[in-house]
Design a protein around this ligand. Structure first.
Ligand SMILES: NC(=O)C1=CN([C@@H]2O[C@H](COP(=O)(O)OP(=O)(O)OC[C@H]3O[C@@H](n4cnc5c(N)ncnc54)[C@H](OP(=O)(O)O)[C@@H]3O)[C@@H](O)[C@H]2O)C=CC1
Ligand SMILES: O=C1O[C@H](COP(=O)(O)O)[C@@H](O)[C@H](O)[C@H]1O
Length: 491
Protein backbone atom coordinates (compact mmCIF):
# COMPACT_ATOMS: atom_id res chain seq x y z
CA UNK A 1 0.00 0.00 0.00
CA UNK A 2 1.22 3.53 -0.82
CA UNK A 3 2.11 5.78 2.08
CA UNK A 4 -0.92 7.89 2.93
CA UNK A 5 -0.47 11.60 3.64
CA UNK A 6 -1.58 12.95 7.00
CA UNK A 7 -4.95 14.55 6.43
CA UNK A 8 -8.33 15.71 7.71
CA UNK A 9 -11.60 14.29 6.46
CA UNK A 10 -14.47 16.78 6.75
CA UNK A 11 -17.92 15.20 6.56
CA UNK A 12 -20.77 17.58 5.72
CA UNK A 13 -24.07 16.11 6.92
CA UNK A 14 -22.28 14.39 9.81
CA UNK A 15 -25.45 14.19 11.91
CA UNK A 16 -27.06 11.97 9.24
CA UNK A 17 -27.77 8.33 8.59
CA UNK A 18 -24.96 7.60 6.11
CA UNK A 19 -22.28 8.98 8.44
CA UNK A 20 -23.40 6.87 11.38
CA UNK A 21 -24.25 3.69 9.48
CA UNK A 22 -21.54 3.51 6.83
CA UNK A 23 -18.79 6.14 7.02
CA UNK A 24 -17.87 5.95 10.71
CA UNK A 25 -17.90 2.12 10.84
CA UNK A 26 -15.73 2.00 7.69
CA UNK A 27 -13.27 4.50 9.18
CA UNK A 28 -13.20 2.50 12.40
CA UNK A 29 -12.25 -0.66 10.49
CA UNK A 30 -9.51 1.24 8.68
CA UNK A 31 -8.25 2.51 12.03
CA UNK A 32 -8.34 -0.97 13.55
CA UNK A 33 -6.51 -2.41 10.55
CA UNK A 34 -3.88 0.35 10.92
CA UNK A 35 -4.55 1.73 7.45
CA UNK A 36 -5.09 5.32 8.54
CA UNK A 37 -2.17 7.73 8.37
CA UNK A 38 -0.38 8.56 11.62
CA UNK A 39 -2.03 11.95 11.92
CA UNK A 40 -5.61 11.72 10.83
CA UNK A 41 -8.76 13.52 11.93
CA UNK A 42 -12.43 13.38 11.05
CA UNK A 43 -14.20 16.70 11.39
CA UNK A 44 -17.98 16.21 11.31
CA UNK A 45 -19.92 19.28 10.18
CA UNK A 46 -23.65 19.96 10.05
CA UNK A 47 -26.31 22.28 11.42
CA UNK A 48 -27.07 20.25 14.55
CA UNK A 49 -25.63 21.87 17.65
CA UNK A 50 -23.16 19.33 19.14
CA UNK A 51 -19.84 19.31 20.96
CA UNK A 52 -17.01 16.96 19.93
CA UNK A 53 -18.02 14.69 22.80
CA UNK A 54 -21.68 14.66 21.77
CA UNK A 55 -20.69 13.80 18.20
CA UNK A 56 -18.56 10.89 19.46
CA UNK A 57 -21.47 9.68 21.57
CA UNK A 58 -23.84 9.92 18.66
CA UNK A 59 -21.73 7.99 16.17
CA UNK A 60 -20.04 5.55 18.56
CA UNK A 61 -21.70 5.09 21.95
CA UNK A 62 -25.24 5.22 20.60
CA UNK A 63 -24.47 3.45 17.33
CA UNK A 64 -26.09 0.10 16.69
CA UNK A 65 -23.01 -0.97 14.74
CA UNK A 66 -20.65 -0.44 17.68
CA UNK A 67 -23.12 -1.93 20.17
CA UNK A 68 -23.43 -5.08 18.09
CA UNK A 69 -19.89 -5.72 17.06
CA UNK A 70 -17.15 -3.95 18.84
CA UNK A 71 -17.82 -3.73 22.56
CA UNK A 72 -14.70 -5.65 23.40
CA UNK A 73 -12.13 -3.62 21.52
CA UNK A 74 -11.84 -0.81 24.04
CA UNK A 75 -8.32 0.47 23.28
CA UNK A 76 -9.05 0.59 19.57
CA UNK A 77 -12.33 2.38 20.16
CA UNK A 78 -10.72 5.00 22.37
CA UNK A 79 -7.98 5.64 19.85
CA UNK A 80 -10.57 5.99 17.09
CA UNK A 81 -12.86 8.24 19.15
CA UNK A 82 -9.94 10.59 19.86
CA UNK A 83 -9.73 11.30 16.11
CA UNK A 84 -13.32 12.54 15.87
CA UNK A 85 -14.21 16.24 16.12
CA UNK A 86 -17.29 18.25 15.28
CA UNK A 87 -17.98 21.71 13.89
CA UNK A 88 -21.46 23.18 14.09
CA UNK A 89 -22.31 25.08 10.88
CA UNK A 90 -24.65 27.49 12.62
CA UNK A 91 -28.16 27.86 11.21
CA UNK A 92 -27.54 26.53 7.72
CA UNK A 93 -25.05 25.44 5.07
CA UNK A 94 -25.03 28.96 3.60
CA UNK A 95 -23.46 30.85 6.50
CA UNK A 96 -19.81 31.69 5.98
CA UNK A 97 -17.44 28.73 6.37
CA UNK A 98 -14.86 30.98 8.06
CA UNK A 99 -15.43 29.07 11.37
CA UNK A 100 -14.87 25.75 9.53
CA UNK A 101 -11.67 27.12 8.04
CA UNK A 102 -10.40 28.39 11.40
CA UNK A 103 -11.21 25.05 13.05
CA UNK A 104 -9.36 23.19 10.32
CA UNK A 105 -6.32 25.41 10.69
CA UNK A 106 -6.36 24.90 14.48
CA UNK A 107 -6.66 21.13 14.13
CA UNK A 108 -3.98 21.03 11.43
CA UNK A 109 -1.60 22.93 13.70
CA UNK A 110 -2.40 21.01 16.91
CA UNK A 111 -2.05 17.62 15.25
CA UNK A 112 0.77 18.48 12.90
CA UNK A 113 -1.26 17.83 9.74
CA UNK A 114 -0.63 19.74 6.49
CA UNK A 115 -3.69 21.39 4.96
CA UNK A 116 -4.65 18.17 3.16
CA UNK A 117 -8.43 18.09 3.30
CA UNK A 118 -11.10 15.76 1.96
CA UNK A 119 -14.58 17.30 1.92
CA UNK A 120 -17.20 14.55 1.92
CA UNK A 121 -20.69 15.68 0.90
CA UNK A 122 -23.14 13.52 2.80
CA UNK A 123 -26.07 15.93 2.79
CA UNK A 124 -29.11 16.07 0.53
CA UNK A 125 -27.78 16.66 -3.02
CA UNK A 126 -29.73 19.92 -3.34
CA UNK A 127 -27.02 21.69 -1.32
CA UNK A 128 -23.86 20.16 -2.88
CA UNK A 129 -23.18 23.24 -5.03
CA UNK A 130 -23.77 25.60 -2.07
CA UNK A 131 -21.22 23.73 -0.02
CA UNK A 132 -18.64 23.80 -2.83
CA UNK A 133 -19.22 27.54 -3.33
CA UNK A 134 -18.90 28.23 0.39
CA UNK A 135 -15.66 26.27 0.60
CA UNK A 136 -14.29 28.21 -2.34
CA UNK A 137 -15.43 31.57 -0.92
CA UNK A 138 -13.20 31.17 2.17
CA UNK A 139 -10.24 29.75 0.22
CA UNK A 140 -10.72 26.15 1.36
CA UNK A 141 -10.27 24.93 -2.20
CA UNK A 142 -6.81 26.49 -2.41
CA UNK A 143 -4.13 23.84 -2.81
CA UNK A 144 -1.00 25.87 -2.05
CA UNK A 145 -0.54 24.41 1.45
CA UNK A 146 -1.98 20.95 0.86
CA UNK A 147 -4.24 19.05 -1.51
CA UNK A 148 -8.05 19.33 -1.47
CA UNK A 149 -10.46 16.58 -2.60
CA UNK A 150 -14.23 16.53 -2.81
CA UNK A 151 -16.28 13.35 -2.41
CA UNK A 152 -19.82 13.50 -3.76
CA UNK A 153 -22.48 11.00 -2.72
CA UNK A 154 -25.20 9.71 -5.01
CA UNK A 155 -27.61 10.62 -6.44
CA UNK A 156 -25.49 12.57 -8.86
CA UNK A 157 -28.34 14.50 -10.44
CA UNK A 158 -31.93 13.58 -11.10
CA UNK A 159 -31.65 13.59 -14.88
CA UNK A 160 -29.14 14.65 -17.52
CA UNK A 161 -29.93 18.34 -17.13
CA UNK A 162 -29.48 18.40 -13.36
CA UNK A 163 -26.36 16.19 -13.57
CA UNK A 164 -24.81 18.68 -16.02
CA UNK A 165 -25.75 21.57 -13.76
CA UNK A 166 -24.20 19.81 -10.78
CA UNK A 167 -21.00 18.98 -12.68
CA UNK A 168 -20.74 22.56 -13.90
CA UNK A 169 -21.35 23.97 -10.41
CA UNK A 170 -18.73 21.74 -8.80
CA UNK A 171 -16.21 22.37 -11.58
CA UNK A 172 -16.35 26.09 -10.84
CA UNK A 173 -14.75 25.34 -7.46
CA UNK A 174 -12.80 22.09 -7.98
CA UNK A 175 -10.97 20.49 -10.90
CA UNK A 176 -12.27 17.20 -12.30
CA UNK A 177 -9.30 15.31 -10.82
CA UNK A 178 -10.22 16.60 -7.34
CA UNK A 179 -13.82 15.34 -7.57
CA UNK A 180 -14.58 11.79 -6.41
CA UNK A 181 -18.12 10.71 -7.36
CA UNK A 182 -18.84 7.75 -5.17
CA UNK A 183 -20.64 4.62 -6.34
CA UNK A 184 -20.50 2.08 -3.58
CA UNK A 185 -20.90 -0.83 -6.03
CA UNK A 186 -17.43 -0.03 -7.36
CA UNK A 187 -16.15 -0.58 -3.81
CA UNK A 188 -17.45 -4.16 -3.82
CA UNK A 189 -14.68 -6.71 -4.17
CA UNK A 190 -16.44 -8.83 -6.79
CA UNK A 191 -17.22 -5.81 -8.94
CA UNK A 192 -13.49 -5.02 -8.97
CA UNK A 193 -12.87 -8.70 -9.61
CA UNK A 194 -14.70 -8.33 -12.93
CA UNK A 195 -11.61 -6.50 -14.20
CA UNK A 196 -9.31 -9.24 -12.95
CA UNK A 197 -11.48 -12.05 -14.29
CA UNK A 198 -11.59 -10.47 -17.71
CA UNK A 199 -8.09 -9.10 -18.07
CA UNK A 200 -5.85 -11.51 -16.18
CA UNK A 201 -7.21 -14.72 -17.68
CA UNK A 202 -6.40 -15.41 -21.28
CA UNK A 203 -9.11 -18.07 -21.40
CA UNK A 204 -11.97 -15.56 -21.09
CA UNK A 205 -11.00 -12.50 -23.07
CA UNK A 206 -10.76 -14.20 -26.50
CA UNK A 207 -14.35 -15.39 -26.03
CA UNK A 208 -15.64 -12.10 -24.63
CA UNK A 209 -17.41 -10.85 -27.73
CA UNK A 210 -20.30 -11.31 -30.15
CA UNK A 211 -18.69 -14.37 -31.76
CA UNK A 212 -19.04 -16.47 -28.62
CA UNK A 213 -21.47 -14.69 -26.29
CA UNK A 214 -25.17 -15.06 -26.90
CA UNK A 215 -26.40 -12.60 -24.26
CA UNK A 216 -25.52 -11.02 -20.95
CA UNK A 217 -27.91 -11.03 -18.02
CA UNK A 218 -27.63 -9.00 -14.82
CA UNK A 219 -29.92 -9.41 -11.84
CA UNK A 220 -29.92 -7.07 -8.89
CA UNK A 221 -32.57 -8.18 -6.43
CA UNK A 222 -33.37 -7.02 -2.92
CA UNK A 223 -35.72 -8.88 -0.61
CA UNK A 224 -36.48 -5.78 1.47
CA UNK A 225 -39.07 -3.20 0.49
CA UNK A 226 -38.45 0.53 0.69
CA UNK A 227 -38.69 0.50 4.50
CA UNK A 228 -38.38 3.95 6.03
CA UNK A 229 -37.04 5.50 2.80
CA UNK A 230 -40.41 5.75 1.05
CA UNK A 231 -40.23 9.55 0.85
CA UNK A 232 -36.88 9.56 -0.94
CA UNK A 233 -37.59 6.46 -3.03
CA UNK A 234 -40.88 7.65 -4.43
CA UNK A 235 -39.10 10.60 -6.05
CA UNK A 236 -36.55 8.24 -7.53
CA UNK A 237 -37.73 4.72 -8.42
CA UNK A 238 -35.71 1.62 -9.22
CA UNK A 239 -34.32 2.87 -12.53
CA UNK A 240 -32.81 6.06 -11.07
CA UNK A 241 -31.93 4.54 -7.70
CA UNK A 242 -30.03 1.49 -8.97
CA UNK A 243 -29.79 1.28 -12.76
CA UNK A 244 -28.47 4.72 -13.74
CA UNK A 245 -25.55 4.41 -11.36
CA UNK A 246 -24.62 1.02 -9.86
CA UNK A 247 -25.84 -1.22 -12.67
CA UNK A 248 -24.54 1.02 -15.44
CA UNK A 249 -21.15 0.81 -13.73
CA UNK A 250 -21.30 -2.98 -13.69
CA UNK A 251 -22.44 -3.03 -17.32
CA UNK A 252 -19.50 -0.80 -18.32
CA UNK A 253 -17.01 -3.10 -16.60
CA UNK A 254 -18.47 -6.12 -18.36
CA UNK A 255 -18.55 -4.43 -21.77
CA UNK A 256 -15.51 -2.12 -21.87
CA UNK A 257 -12.34 -2.69 -23.91
CA UNK A 258 -9.10 -3.56 -22.09
CA UNK A 259 -7.60 -0.46 -20.45
CA UNK A 260 -3.98 0.40 -21.19
CA UNK A 261 -3.23 0.12 -17.45
CA UNK A 262 -5.03 -0.48 -14.18
CA UNK A 263 -5.18 3.14 -13.26
CA UNK A 264 -7.90 5.74 -12.92
CA UNK A 265 -7.78 7.52 -16.26
CA UNK A 266 -7.28 4.38 -18.33
CA UNK A 267 -10.21 2.53 -16.76
CA UNK A 268 -12.56 5.47 -16.62
CA UNK A 269 -11.87 6.39 -20.24
CA UNK A 270 -12.70 2.85 -21.39
CA UNK A 271 -15.94 2.85 -19.36
CA UNK A 272 -16.86 6.19 -20.88
CA UNK A 273 -16.04 4.96 -24.41
CA UNK A 274 -18.28 1.92 -24.14
CA UNK A 275 -21.16 3.96 -22.71
CA UNK A 276 -20.93 6.13 -25.82
CA UNK A 277 -21.61 2.99 -27.90
CA UNK A 278 -25.00 2.29 -26.30
CA UNK A 279 -27.67 2.04 -28.96
CA UNK A 280 -30.07 4.98 -28.74
CA UNK A 281 -33.79 4.69 -28.08
CA UNK A 282 -36.87 5.19 -30.22
CA UNK A 283 -40.34 5.35 -28.63
CA UNK A 284 -41.22 1.90 -29.96
CA UNK A 285 -37.96 0.38 -28.77
CA UNK A 286 -38.65 1.69 -25.28
CA UNK A 287 -42.13 0.14 -25.39
CA UNK A 288 -40.75 -3.23 -26.51
CA UNK A 289 -37.58 -3.35 -24.46
CA UNK A 290 -38.39 -1.99 -21.04
CA UNK A 291 -40.66 -3.19 -18.26
CA UNK A 292 -41.56 -1.43 -15.03
CA UNK A 293 -43.62 -2.65 -12.13
CA UNK A 294 -44.56 -2.04 -8.53
CA UNK A 295 -44.84 -4.58 -5.73
CA UNK A 296 -48.27 -5.42 -4.38
CA UNK A 297 -49.14 -6.75 -0.91
CA UNK A 298 -48.44 -10.45 -0.50
CA UNK A 299 -47.82 -12.98 2.22
CA UNK A 300 -47.97 -10.46 5.08
CA UNK A 301 -45.77 -7.95 3.21
CA UNK A 302 -47.14 -4.50 2.50
CA UNK A 303 -47.62 -3.32 -1.05
CA UNK A 304 -45.44 -0.40 -2.15
CA UNK A 305 -48.33 2.07 -1.97
CA UNK A 306 -48.97 1.13 1.65
CA UNK A 307 -45.38 1.90 2.70
CA UNK A 308 -44.70 4.96 4.90
CA UNK A 309 -44.04 8.10 2.92
CA UNK A 310 -45.40 6.67 -0.36
CA UNK A 311 -48.45 8.42 -1.90
CA UNK A 312 -51.51 6.18 -2.34
CA UNK A 313 -51.55 6.83 -6.07
CA UNK A 314 -47.82 6.51 -6.62
CA UNK A 315 -46.69 5.49 -10.09
CA UNK A 316 -43.07 4.95 -9.09
CA UNK A 317 -41.51 1.65 -10.20
CA UNK A 318 -39.91 -0.68 -7.67
CA UNK A 319 -39.00 -3.08 -10.49
CA UNK A 320 -37.24 -2.24 -13.74
CA UNK A 321 -36.10 -4.62 -16.47
CA UNK A 322 -34.48 -3.55 -19.69
CA UNK A 323 -33.02 -5.01 -22.86
CA UNK A 324 -30.41 -2.99 -24.73
CA UNK A 325 -27.51 -3.21 -27.16
CA UNK A 326 -24.09 -1.71 -27.73
CA UNK A 327 -23.25 -0.68 -31.26
CA UNK A 328 -19.60 -1.61 -31.53
CA UNK A 329 -17.38 -4.37 -32.93
CA UNK A 330 -17.33 -6.38 -29.73
CA UNK A 331 -21.03 -6.41 -28.91
CA UNK A 332 -22.97 -5.88 -32.14
CA UNK A 333 -26.37 -7.64 -31.80
CA UNK A 334 -25.63 -9.14 -28.36
CA UNK A 335 -28.56 -8.29 -26.10
CA UNK A 336 -27.93 -7.19 -22.51
CA UNK A 337 -30.77 -7.85 -20.07
CA UNK A 338 -30.73 -6.10 -16.72
CA UNK A 339 -33.33 -6.24 -13.97
CA UNK A 340 -33.38 -4.55 -10.59
CA UNK A 341 -36.08 -4.59 -7.95
CA UNK A 342 -37.11 -4.45 -4.35
CA UNK A 343 -39.21 -7.15 -2.64
CA UNK A 344 -37.89 -10.09 -4.61
CA UNK A 345 -37.43 -13.58 -3.15
CA UNK A 346 -33.75 -12.97 -2.24
CA UNK A 347 -31.06 -10.34 -1.95
CA UNK A 348 -28.65 -11.15 -4.74
CA UNK A 349 -26.64 -9.46 -7.47
CA UNK A 350 -25.10 -11.49 -10.28
CA UNK A 351 -23.81 -11.14 -13.81
CA UNK A 352 -24.38 -14.09 -16.13
CA UNK A 353 -22.48 -14.35 -19.37
CA UNK A 354 -24.34 -16.82 -21.60
CA UNK A 355 -22.17 -18.34 -24.31
CA UNK A 356 -23.42 -19.45 -27.71
CA UNK A 357 -23.97 -23.15 -28.34
CA UNK A 358 -21.24 -25.09 -30.13
CA UNK A 359 -21.82 -25.07 -33.93
CA UNK A 360 -23.37 -28.55 -33.97
CA UNK A 361 -24.84 -30.65 -31.19
CA UNK A 362 -23.14 -34.06 -31.57
CA UNK A 363 -24.54 -35.60 -28.42
CA UNK A 364 -27.83 -36.92 -27.05
CA UNK A 365 -30.45 -34.49 -25.82
CA UNK A 366 -30.74 -30.76 -25.85
CA UNK A 367 -27.49 -28.90 -25.59
CA UNK A 368 -27.24 -26.42 -22.73
CA UNK A 369 -25.15 -23.34 -23.31
CA UNK A 370 -22.10 -22.56 -21.19
CA UNK A 371 -22.60 -19.88 -18.60
CA UNK A 372 -20.17 -17.86 -16.54
CA UNK A 373 -21.88 -16.60 -13.40
CA UNK A 374 -20.22 -13.82 -11.48
CA UNK A 375 -21.89 -13.54 -8.10
CA UNK A 376 -21.41 -10.04 -6.73
CA UNK A 377 -23.34 -10.58 -3.51
CA UNK A 378 -23.89 -12.48 -1.27
CA UNK A 379 -21.42 -15.44 -1.27
CA UNK A 380 -19.16 -13.60 -3.67
CA UNK A 381 -17.74 -15.95 -6.25
CA UNK A 382 -17.64 -17.26 -9.78
CA UNK A 383 -19.20 -20.33 -11.33
CA UNK A 384 -18.57 -21.82 -14.76
CA UNK A 385 -21.28 -24.07 -16.07
CA UNK A 386 -20.35 -26.62 -18.75
CA UNK A 387 -21.35 -29.98 -20.21
CA UNK A 388 -19.81 -33.31 -19.10
CA UNK A 389 -20.46 -36.87 -20.19
CA UNK A 390 -22.66 -38.88 -17.87
CA UNK A 391 -20.85 -42.09 -16.85
CA UNK A 392 -21.96 -45.21 -18.72
CA UNK A 393 -23.12 -46.14 -22.19
CA UNK A 394 -23.72 -43.61 -24.95
CA UNK A 395 -23.01 -39.93 -24.89
CA UNK A 396 -25.46 -38.30 -22.56
CA UNK A 397 -24.38 -34.87 -21.47
CA UNK A 398 -25.15 -33.13 -18.21
CA UNK A 399 -24.22 -29.56 -17.36
CA UNK A 400 -22.11 -29.28 -14.21
CA UNK A 401 -20.76 -26.34 -12.23
CA UNK A 402 -17.19 -25.50 -11.43
CA UNK A 403 -17.37 -22.94 -8.71
CA UNK A 404 -15.07 -20.74 -6.76
CA UNK A 405 -16.07 -19.00 -3.56
CA UNK A 406 -14.32 -15.71 -3.00
CA UNK A 407 -14.05 -16.35 0.75
CA UNK A 408 -11.72 -19.32 0.01
CA UNK A 409 -9.07 -16.90 -1.22
CA UNK A 410 -8.32 -15.33 2.12
CA UNK A 411 -9.06 -15.70 5.82
CA UNK A 412 -9.85 -11.99 5.97
CA UNK A 413 -13.45 -10.83 5.74
CA UNK A 414 -14.32 -9.21 2.43
CA UNK A 415 -13.96 -5.47 3.24
CA UNK A 416 -17.00 -3.23 3.17
CA UNK A 417 -17.27 -1.12 0.00
CA UNK A 418 -16.95 2.17 1.89
CA UNK A 419 -13.67 1.05 3.48
CA UNK A 420 -12.04 0.53 0.12
CA UNK A 421 -13.46 3.71 -1.35
CA UNK A 422 -12.49 5.88 1.61
CA UNK A 423 -8.98 4.47 1.62
CA UNK A 424 -8.69 5.15 -2.12
CA UNK A 425 -9.68 8.79 -1.86
CA UNK A 426 -7.29 9.22 1.06
CA UNK A 427 -4.54 7.97 -1.28
CA UNK A 428 -5.77 10.08 -4.18
CA UNK A 429 -6.71 7.03 -6.26
CA UNK A 430 -9.82 7.75 -8.34
CA UNK A 431 -9.92 4.41 -10.20
CA UNK A 432 -13.13 3.33 -8.46
CA UNK A 433 -14.84 6.69 -8.75
CA UNK A 434 -16.91 7.86 -11.70
CA UNK A 435 -15.97 10.65 -14.09
CA UNK A 436 -18.46 13.47 -14.57
CA UNK A 437 -18.70 12.56 -18.25
CA UNK A 438 -19.51 8.92 -17.41
CA UNK A 439 -22.35 9.98 -15.16
CA UNK A 440 -23.72 12.27 -17.86
CA UNK A 441 -23.47 9.50 -20.48
CA UNK A 442 -25.44 7.19 -18.19
CA UNK A 443 -28.12 9.82 -17.72
CA UNK A 444 -28.29 10.42 -21.47
CA UNK A 445 -29.16 6.72 -21.87
CA UNK A 446 -31.63 6.60 -18.98
CA UNK A 447 -33.45 9.89 -19.53
CA UNK A 448 -35.51 8.89 -22.62
CA UNK A 449 -36.75 5.77 -20.80
CA UNK A 450 -37.81 7.75 -17.74
CA UNK A 451 -39.44 10.33 -19.98
CA UNK A 452 -41.41 7.64 -21.82
CA UNK A 453 -42.41 5.90 -18.59
CA UNK A 454 -43.83 9.20 -17.42
CA UNK A 455 -45.61 10.25 -20.59
CA UNK A 456 -46.29 7.26 -22.84
CA UNK A 457 -49.77 5.99 -22.02
CA UNK A 458 -49.01 2.68 -23.78
CA UNK A 459 -46.36 1.76 -21.23
CA UNK A 460 -48.02 -0.06 -18.41
CA UNK A 461 -46.96 0.02 -14.76
CA UNK A 462 -47.23 -3.71 -13.98
CA UNK A 463 -47.77 -5.21 -10.55
CA UNK A 464 -45.91 -8.12 -8.98
CA UNK A 465 -46.59 -9.84 -5.72
CA UNK A 466 -44.07 -8.86 -3.02
CA UNK A 467 -41.58 -11.71 -2.59
CA UNK A 468 -41.78 -12.95 -6.20
CA UNK A 469 -39.50 -12.56 -9.23
CA UNK A 470 -41.48 -9.78 -10.89
CA UNK A 471 -44.12 -9.45 -13.61
CA UNK A 472 -44.71 -11.85 -16.51
CA UNK A 473 -44.01 -9.02 -18.93
CA UNK A 474 -40.35 -9.16 -17.90
CA UNK A 475 -40.18 -12.83 -18.91
CA UNK A 476 -41.47 -11.92 -22.37
CA UNK A 477 -38.73 -9.32 -22.66
CA UNK A 478 -36.19 -12.17 -22.84
CA UNK A 479 -37.88 -13.79 -25.85
CA UNK A 480 -36.37 -17.25 -26.33
CA UNK A 481 -34.20 -16.96 -23.19
CA UNK A 482 -35.15 -17.23 -19.50
CA UNK A 483 -34.03 -15.26 -16.47
CA UNK A 484 -31.80 -17.43 -14.32
CA UNK A 485 -33.23 -18.14 -10.87
CA UNK A 486 -30.34 -17.06 -8.62
CA UNK A 487 -31.65 -19.16 -5.74
CA UNK A 488 -31.30 -22.40 -7.68
CA UNK A 489 -27.75 -22.91 -6.45
CA UNK A 490 -25.56 -21.32 -3.86
CA UNK A 491 -22.07 -20.58 -5.04
N1 LIG B 1 -28.15 6.66 3.94
C1 LIG B 1 -27.70 5.84 3.00
O1 LIG B 1 -27.66 4.60 3.16
C2 LIG B 1 -27.24 6.36 1.69
C3 LIG B 1 -27.17 7.73 1.46
N2 LIG B 1 -26.69 8.21 0.27
C4 LIG B 1 -26.60 9.63 0.02
O2 LIG B 1 -25.79 10.24 1.02
C5 LIG B 1 -26.28 11.51 1.36
C6 LIG B 1 -26.57 11.56 2.85
O3 LIG B 1 -27.52 10.56 3.15
P1 LIG B 1 -28.17 10.44 4.59
O4 LIG B 1 -27.15 10.54 5.64
O5 LIG B 1 -29.05 9.27 4.53
O6 LIG B 1 -29.08 11.74 4.60
P2 LIG B 1 -29.81 12.45 5.79
O7 LIG B 1 -31.18 12.82 5.33
O8 LIG B 1 -29.67 11.70 7.06
O9 LIG B 1 -29.04 13.84 5.81
C7 LIG B 1 -27.71 14.05 6.26
C8 LIG B 1 -27.65 15.35 7.02
O10 LIG B 1 -27.85 16.44 6.14
C9 LIG B 1 -28.51 17.49 6.84
N3 LIG B 1 -29.74 17.85 6.12
C10 LIG B 1 -30.83 17.11 5.92
N4 LIG B 1 -31.74 17.77 5.19
C11 LIG B 1 -31.22 18.96 4.93
C12 LIG B 1 -31.65 20.08 4.21
N5 LIG B 1 -32.83 20.10 3.58
N6 LIG B 1 -30.85 21.15 4.12
C13 LIG B 1 -29.66 21.12 4.72
N7 LIG B 1 -29.20 20.08 5.43
C14 LIG B 1 -29.96 19.01 5.52
C15 LIG B 1 -28.86 16.97 8.19
O11 LIG B 1 -27.93 17.47 9.12
P3 LIG B 1 -28.15 18.81 9.94
O12 LIG B 1 -29.61 19.06 10.05
O13 LIG B 1 -27.48 18.54 11.25
O14 LIG B 1 -27.44 19.82 9.14
C16 LIG B 1 -28.71 15.48 8.06
O15 LIG B 1 -28.30 14.88 9.27
C17 LIG B 1 -27.50 11.75 0.48
O16 LIG B 1 -27.12 12.43 -0.67
C18 LIG B 1 -27.94 10.34 0.12
O17 LIG B 1 -28.62 10.31 -1.11
C19 LIG B 1 -26.24 7.36 -0.70
C20 LIG B 1 -26.27 6.00 -0.54
C21 LIG B 1 -26.80 5.39 0.64
O1 LIG C 1 -27.70 2.90 -3.49
C1 LIG C 1 -28.52 2.10 -3.07
O2 LIG C 1 -28.13 0.83 -2.83
C2 LIG C 1 -28.88 -0.01 -1.97
C3 LIG C 1 -28.42 -1.43 -2.24
O3 LIG C 1 -27.06 -1.52 -1.92
P1 LIG C 1 -26.43 -2.94 -1.53
O4 LIG C 1 -24.98 -2.65 -1.37
O5 LIG C 1 -27.11 -3.36 -0.26
O6 LIG C 1 -26.74 -3.86 -2.65
C4 LIG C 1 -30.37 0.12 -2.21
O7 LIG C 1 -31.08 -0.60 -1.22
C5 LIG C 1 -30.77 1.56 -2.15
O8 LIG C 1 -32.15 1.69 -2.47
C6 LIG C 1 -29.95 2.40 -3.11
O9 LIG C 1 -30.21 3.77 -2.88
Amino acid sequence: MNKIDDQILVIFGASGDLTARKLIPALYHLCKGEYLPKNFIVLGASRTDMTDEEFRNRVITESKFFKDEHKSDKACMEDFASKLFYQDLGGDYNSSYEPVKQRLLELSKEHDIPENYIFYLSTPPSIYINIANNLSAVGLTDQSNGWKRLVVEKPFGYDLKSAKKLNKGLLKCFNEHQIYRIDHYLGKETVQNLLVTRFSNSIFEPLWNKNYISHVEITNAESEGVGSRGGYYDGSGAFRDMFQNHLMQIVSLVAMEPPYAIEANAIREEKLKVLKCLKGWTPSRIRRNTVRAQYAANDGMKGYKEEDGVPEKSKTETYAAIKFYFENWRWEKVPFFVRTAKRMPAKVTEVIVHFKPSPKNLFDGKQENNKLIIRIQPNEGIMLNFGMKLPGQGFSVENVDMDFNYSDLSEDDVPEAYERLLLDVMQGDATLYALGAEVEEAWAFVDPVLEAWKNDKDIELHQYKAGTWGPKAADKLLGKFDWRDPTEDNI
